[in-house]
Design a protein around this ligand. Sequence first.
Ligand code: COA
Length: 253
Amino acid sequence: MPVLYSRNGDVAILTLNEPQRRNALSRASVAMLLELIARARAEKARAIVIAANGPVFCAGANIDDLKAGWMSGASDPTDPALLFRALAEEKRPTIAAVQGAALGGGFELTLCCDLVVTGTESYFALPELGHGVIPNTALARLHRVVGTRRAAELILTRRRLSAAQAVDWGLANRLVPTGDVVSGAIDLALGIVQSAPPGAIAAAKRNLTHHGETDWARVLLSPADVPPAEWREGLRSFDERRKPSYDQFWQDV
Ligand code: COA
């Protein structure tokens, strides 16, 4: 199963469960996450925690699916941006429990949760540009959390941010020992939903996001802004475990 579902009282826990692929988001895992968010709603869970098994929280979009044209502009019900949108627009509090690296789409997933609990050994990075693709959801949301300069730095330089720096930059709310991220996220969730009513929580969330609206239509279309030859070379080189050769593309600039 690419994603596991469990309950801890009022909290639904969705656990990415493909550690052998470093929980890279695939068509299958995106579809299942969307189904499980719907299940949490149907069961009237009060909050949703997104967690992961293995040493890496999420290694971003599955590069095999990307090479096959995923996210290249065509309408696709498994586009990760639709998952990110569902999380961002969820009425219930959503909390990411980050127990390892959050890379690319994994980082973007955390940007679409309300709160983030990170383990001390985690790190956050957006490697997309090096693969000739763009972090389309981060382009829309990251600057609101860290400001434009820092967003540009993370996106353009692809630097890794340690868990402590992520807290310092406002990307994560709590820094806990790695083994405690899920319990920390559940405690945080319960603290909210056991002492406030659902309508007020939903109204707070709706208005918080309204004042910094995300243009999801543009998020969904923006991967098509990148010339296909560039992302084909970037993604192929990842597979072939070699440095990408981008010099050819600089000739026409
Ligand atoms: N898509 C598809 N497969 C991926 C993947 C991704 N985003 N990230 C990792 N994998 C696969 C690897 O290809 C490898 O497969 P293999 O066992 O068939 O060789 C397996 O997961 C384990 O990855 P590996 O790199 O050996 O693990 P690691 O623990 O040494 O490193 C990462 C973990 C996450 C640091 C590293 O896998 C990585 O950098 N992944 C790419 C992250 C990225 O660039 N994401 C943005 C994508 S646009």
